[in-house]
Design a protein around this ligand. Structure first.
Ligand SMILES: Nc1ncnc2c1ncn2[C@@H]1O[C@H](COP(=O)(O)OP(=O)(O)OP(=O)(O)O)[C@@H](O)[C@H]1O
Ligand SMILES: Nc1ncnc2c1ncn2[C@@H]1O[C@H](COP(=O)(O)OP(=O)(O)OP(=O)(O)O)[C@@H](O)[C@H]1O
Ligand SMILES: [Mg+2]
Ligand SMILES: [Mg+2]
Lengths: 163, 172, 163, 172
């Protein structure tokens, strides 16, 4: 079990370095077992350093950078052990436009092997979806689900802006 | 394994019978704040056997059941079904698996696998036993992400390790 | 001091009911002093019920609804005791398009009396600003501030999408 | 009272001298993740006398000082100036007030009000004494909002009460 854990760790570390590099070009990342002699119980140190930034505490990263780091790690786990489906609830909220696009593009690639469900308010993310369901509450307090097409969403947003 | 259909009745903000067909590829769930999107995710966690109320954003069990709106009265139970296509991950089970869970305000619970009543244990056994392993890291939101960044990745690493071992064993 | 506290409380409660109604038409809100005999030390109960939803725990509200509730309360305090400036760091992140528009419109009104600084990734919010500063890191790890016009922002986003 | 200008030097991700003119009305600060927007807010809190490191997202004082980039070496101190227009709120002070704060990696701090060196206490006294009262609820981010929704509004209520009382007193 210990060597199984260690090979999983090594695989995740490998993938994490790749996904982090995808979201942070020029950056570097690593995963370290703090107690190398007891890998199974050892706390894991996560290191993520965007380009040009001094490596210190993760807490010094911005909100968006920490979100990208978490997403990179999550995708690394999926690359090593792909569960058949993935549910995402508004992980793109703190991201800037360029990062949303990277996130959505990565999902657009992942969806070929994994059934992806993503809750989002962001149009870039919606554009990569094969199916869009709108959840509405026309009757206050009562949820209803309807099929929508992307242009319905865009028209709705225009309508919202015109009010 | 592929999710095929989700049915909600009386679950949180879904009083009426709601059927959601789940396609391959990527599905986006969109809509205004408070319309019920995260509730759909809660229903999936719940029907897959989630027992921790905090993971479905409740503090008491009865918060799972539709508590009424301006026009509609509260309902007596919450009922969620999830139909999955078994693509070989569960060798001893049929090609279609329907999991169903119901909770009554009175506190009783019922569970079904393919229309046969069963216990929660059996649903958990199925989900653990498949080549897909646990559902441990299928649902991600901001708080889960913060946990990961905080270093809380042991569960994830163990799942990754668990499955790797299973695959090694299968190839022996 | 006690009566001063109570009149402040009453004023804030009054304003909160108005701002909540602005963000949640058809909804109701209230502030209650749990220990009415000791107002100064009493915990405050916040009640916010969107239209058609049963009044229970605030924790049952969605992420976006809780953000709107917090924003309503924050604006209520500003209506009672306006500080000369207000700094907002990405409070619009969890909001849907309609709510972002309401939020931005409220700020567009508030800015006549109060100097407002808002950090945002959202174009609807940017559109209501009188001045836009872009913070960039062309040289990795080194921040720089430049003036931008809204159309620069839009052109940049188009450029981002075309890459 | 109106903020007129902010100057940063060596503060967090701003190694070079940066001057930000602050206009009336609404100013939006935009840019990619990690480019330094929240750092600008931290600098304003800091120059206005914030002593709690957690409120400027630091765990040690030296995290306030530019720690270097690929090309530039770390710097020896962080220096922030904020120029405010006094529109009558501080009756005993001039029409323009410049607050300045500097922190050296060695641990020493310096403070100035209108180019005269002073102590942090004096800056705090100015900010407390004006008709504007404290700066207690001028900066709002997601965690502050969560605190408010969680019921942590006593500070805010007391500020509202404090100023109301002050206004009553002035009209006597
Ligand atoms: N048992 C219940 N009965 C009726 N309504 C409920 C129940 N539980 C939760 N709700 C309602 O569901 C709403 C929350 O839905 P949900 O969290 O799914 O919103 P959301 O679409 O994810 O919104 P956001 O975009 O803001 O995250 C709340 O307004 C809440 O009042
Ligand atoms: N002392 C320091 N020296 C150099 N860089 C620093 C220092 N302190 C923080 N930083 C850098 O500043 C960046 C964070 O900036 P900031 O939090 O202002 O970003 P932001 O623009 O608010 O981004 P977001 O949109 O993601 O919230 C981090 O990448 C961090 O490495
Ligand atoms: Mg939600
Ligand atoms: Mg920020």
């Amino acid at each position: 079990a210990r060597s199984r854990f260690e090979s999983a760790f090594t695989a995740v570390r490998e993938e994490f370095r790749k996904t982090f590099h995808y979201f942070f070009p020029g950056g570097e990342a690593d995963l370290k077992l703090e107690a190398a002699d007891d890998p199974f119980n050892s706390p894991v140190q996560i290191i993520g350093r965007p380009e040009g930034k001094q490596l210190k505490r993760l807490a010094q990263l911005s909100d968006g950078e920490r979100a990208m780091l978490g997403i990179s790690l999550l995708f690394a786990f999926y690359a090593v052990r792909p569960a058949p489906f993935l549910f995402i609830d508004e992980l793109d909220a703190p991201l800037d436009d360029a990062n949303v696009l990277k996130f959505a593009s990565y999902l657009a690639h992942l969806k070929n092997d994994i059934q992806v469900f993503v809750i989002t308010h962001n149009k870039r993310t919606m554009e990569k979806a094969d199916t869009i369901y709108g959840v509405t509450m026309e009757e206050p307090g009562v949820s209803k689900i309807i099929s929508v097409r992307l242009k319905d969403v865009k028209r709705h947003h225009v309508a919202v802006e015109e009010t | 394994m592929k999710l095929k259909e989700l049915r909600l009745y009386g679950f949180k903000s879904f009083p009426n019978k709601t059927v959601l067909e789940l396609s391959r590829g990527m599905t986006a769930l969109v809509g205004p704040n408070g319309c019920g999107k995260s509730n759909v995710l809660d229903s999936i966690r719940w029907v897959l056997g989630e027992q921790r109320l905090s993971q479905v954003r409740c503090s008491k069990n009865d918060e799972l059941v539709f508590s009424g709106s301006a026009r509609l009265p509260e309902q007596g139970y919450a009922d969620v079904s999830l139909v999955m296509e078994n693509e070989g991950e569960f060798i001893e089970l049929p090609s279609e698996i329907e999991l169903r869970r119901r909770f009554y305000r009175s506190g009783e619970s019922s569970f079904w696998i393919n229309r046969e009543e069963c216990r929660l244990k059996e649903i958990e056994a199925i989900l653990r036993g498949g080549a897909a392993g646990g559902r441990l890291y299928s649902v991600f939101d901001a708080s889960k992400l913060a946990g990961i960044v905080g270093g809380d990745i042991h569960n994830l690493l163990e799942s990754a390790a668990g499955v790797l071992g299973f695959r090694e064993r299968r190839h022996e």
